[in-house]
Design a protein around this ligand. Structure first.
Ligand code: BTN
Length: 237
């Protein structure tokens, strides 16, 4: 059903799959123990070592590009469910996974589009067994090992996540939006105040389209779409 290919080192698993997607079948997973020039969202860098899980999965769906925005939520739901088998985790819409108010995983979805969607690369970085975070990340990031005090078998975790993702993704293609329910149930931002483009807004929920339902600073209820916003700091009273 899927095929995992492991490289000792790669600049970026997402970049590699974007450049070679023609060579591989759908559900090919590229993973590496040493990502040296990994990309996060915006201009963030995501490098990783053998302690952590770094992978990208290739999709070749027959969908309109407007549906690409659902893919981070589907992967978010799969990662959240599988991490929650070890410790409670939540989805920070649209593409981070949090444990105890700290980021444990990030997702980067990139579409290869011409007149249609040719392929989609879904990249995931999970802090699994790393324990030494740089000074500026100590309060913002965690790993499974930090939370549980034990080493986790990351190949097992990878297989569990891929299996769960493929189930939720095929359901999505068939019109079943179970991933949305998982996102709604595990919404890290629910009832939190967040700065969006310097405006303090309150997050109410995730709606059935997978968008964020918010109350803006003038008390208007609005929907925020994926890609439209970057969430800044969560406001703490
Ligand atoms: C983020 O939090 O900004 C998203 C991080 C996504 C990182 C993953 S690691 C595997 C894949 N390859 C990359 O270069 N980036 C993604």
């Amino acid at each position: 059903m899927y095929n995992i290919i492991k490289f000792d080192t790669l600049p970026s698993t997402n970049k590699y799959l974007k450049e070679h997607y023609n060579q591989y079948d759908e559900f090919t997973v590229i993973t590496t123990d040493n990502q040296t020039n990994g990309k996060g969202r915006m201009t963030r860098v995501w490098n990783s070592t053998k302690d952590d899980l770094t992978f990208s999965i290739l999709l070749k769906p027959n969908i309109d590009s407007s549906y690409i925005s659902q893919i981070p939520l589907i992967m978010g739901a799969a990662v959240c469910r599988m991490i929650s088998k070890y410790t409670k985790s939540e989805i920070k819409w649209p593409n981070d996974i949090m444990v105890n108010n700290k980021k444990i995983a990030g997702i980067l979805v990139e579409g290869i589009t011409s007149t249609k969607v040719d392929a989609i690369v879904v990249g995931v970085g999970i802090n699994v067994n790393s324990t030494n975070f740089p000074e500026d990340l100590i309060i913002k990031a965690t790993s499974l090992k930090n939370e549980l005090n034990k080493t986790i078998d990351k190949e097992k975790l990878l297989n569990k996540i891929i299996k769960e993702f493929i189930i939720l993704y095929i359901e999505f293609l068939n019109g079943n939006e179970k991933y949305i329910d998982i996102c709604i149930e595990n919404n890290y931002l629910k009832n939190k105040k967040v700065y969006v483009n310097n405006e303090l807004i309150e997050v109410l929920d995730i709606n059935l389209n997978g968008n964020l339902l918010i109350k803006d600073s003038s008390n208007n209820i609005k929907e925020l779409y994926y890609g439209e916003v970057t969430l800044n700091k969560v406001y703490e009273e």
